[in-house]
Ligand binder design. Structure first.
Ligand code: SF4
Ligand code: SF4
Length: 464
């Protein structure tokens, strides 16, 4: 491509990138104005359509930006300045984004009245802004959790498309991303809202104990039982998931069937958190900390749940002198809110996208034990082909030193591996392969295809 044409292409992309930023900022501005009940200052008579305009602007802006970035360059990770750019290198932008996310989570969990939530009267602010969508889906006004669920789902959908564009050469990545988008949108968001519309209990079928830590709460069991057969079936399905469905699937496929294909926390980490996966700590020290923390949280969740069930069965409020209600409430605060929400998502740009999954999720801990000791899943390595480039280790979001296994030609069977397959996707030599027993799901040779556009691609930093 001659220089004039290249310059024109560069200017064209740059121009539309600015357009996409303006469109995204417009969507965010509407949300901010709605939060402070100041939408009328825009002086356009759009009524209820402001919600559509806002979410539409966010969607169009993010999609346009993703198309411009990823369709103008070869697919896959390009290793372009990830340790130099602000947002991916823990520089000022990363800190600002992290502060905003953390601030949002604190308000959401502890001061929802600032978002317009009202127990007594009508909602105002941001929560009232989502009322039309909530009324459409469940015939009830919105709550802060509805707003959160809607934005969370939108983030997984939009960044999921971005992820698919980026890894479009890799069938495994494309299929599992479609899977998390489906489970979040259909099973975690739309279906529970529809159940509420039908005056049935709210139930996210894929969210099982111990991740769903209120599952054995007295109020929840009573609510399910009060809805006859359908409620009893929900209870039975939840228990079956824990004792049968999940262990069987983990035996065959490893913990990836849940952590990388189904779970909403994993879904957000893989899609919106993709740009931060290299920030995971790879040191031995953090591996040791991971093993202590994640099993400590699992133990805490088992003790808390045992106390809650004991109280529900016997009516005794204390077990061995400890109040089960207090245990439950501390668990909800420390693990459910601070660890999984504020740190787990708020710190994406500082600690990587899987901090919660790696150090705190009790569900990941159980699946990890099953994967480590009785699963057919493993990553095999063809050590003789490894050139020690370190791509696999760099982009392992769970902080696993994949290269050290590859250099030795050893199989990777680690409790923490979520089977995301990114190590295999970024390996330039096709050394790594995700396997279930004797079945190869995807060929070891499935790696980035040479793209003739590579010589014409525009330096990444110039696109930012
Ligand atoms: S070892 Fe590979 S498949 Fe496992 S979590 Fe790390 S990058 Fe994902
Ligand atoms: S990415 Fe592939 S070639 Fe590079 S260190 Fe890992 S296994 Fe070896």
């Amino acid at each position: 491509m001659d220089t004039t044409l290249k310059t024109f292409k560069y200017q064209f992309i740059k121009f539309f990138q600015w357009i996409s930023w303006i469109v995204i900022c417009f969507g965010v501005l509407i949300l901010i104005l709605a939060t402070f009940d100041k939408l009328p200052i825009l002086a356009f008579p759009f009524g209820d359509n402001w919600l559509l305009i806002s979410l539409g602007s966010l969607s169009i802006g993010i999609l346009l930006y993703s198309l411009l970035i990823y369709l103008t360059r070869p697919s896959g990770i390009q290793n372009n300045h990830i340790w130099i750019q602000g947002i991916s290198a823990r520089k000022a932008t990363a800190w600002i984004v992290s502060l905003i996310l953390t601030f949002f989570y604190c308000i959401l969990y502890w001061w929802p009245e600032y978002l317009g939530h009202s127990d007594a009267g009508e909602n105002t602010g941001l929560i009232a802004f989502f009322d039309p969508l909530s009324m459409y889906l469940k015939n009830k006004p919105a709550s802060q959790w509805f707003v959160y669920g809607a934005l969370y789902t939108l983030a997984i959908l939009l960044f999921g498309i971005k992820f698919i564009l980026k890894y479009r050469h890799n069938r495994y990545q494309v299929i599992r991303t479609i899977s998390v988008m489906f489970f979040q949108t259909g099973i975690a968001f739309l279906l529970p809202e529809y159940l509420l519309k039908m005056n049935l209990p709210y139930n996210d079928y894929k969210n099982m104990w111990p991740l769903n830590y209120y599952f054995f709460d007295g109020w929840h069991i009573q609510e399910l039982l009060s809805h006859g057969n359908i409620g009893r079936n929900m209870l039975l399905f939840g228990i079956l998931m824990i004792v049968f469905i999940s262990p069987v699937l983990t035996y065959f496929y490893g913990k990836r069937w849940y952590c990388s294909w189904v779970c909403g926390c994993g879904g957000l980490a893989e899609t919106a958190g993709d740009s931060f996966r290299h920030l995971s700590d790879k040191s031995i020290k953090s591996w040791k900390l991971e093993r202590i923390l994640v099993y400590a949280v699992l133990l805490f969740s088992i003790i808390m749940t045992a106390g809650v069930i004991y109280t529900f069965q016997t009516g005794q409020t204390h077990v061995l002198g400890i109040s089960s209600a207090a245990l439950r409430s501390w668990y909800g605060f420390i693990i459910g809110a601070v660890f999984s929400g504020v740190i787990g998502v708020g710190f994406y740009p500082l600690l990587g996208s899987r901090v919660w999954c790696r150090f705190g999720c009790p569900m990941a801990a159980i699946l990890g034990i099953q994967q480590r000791f009785f699963s057919r899943f493993r990553i095999t390595t063809n050590g003789s082909q490894c050139i020690s480039c370190g791509n696999c280790t760099t982009y392992c979001e769970m902080g696993i030193d994949v290269r050290s296994y590859a250099q030795r030609g050893a199989n990777i069977v680690r409790a923490s591996c979520v089977g995301c397959g990114i190590c295999a996707a970024v390996c330039p030599r096709g050394v790594l392969r995700l396997e279930n027993g004797s079945v190869d799901l995807f060929s070891r040779t499935e790696k980035p295809k040479p793209n003739p556009q590579i010589t014409d691609s525009i330096p990444y930093e110039e696109l930012m």
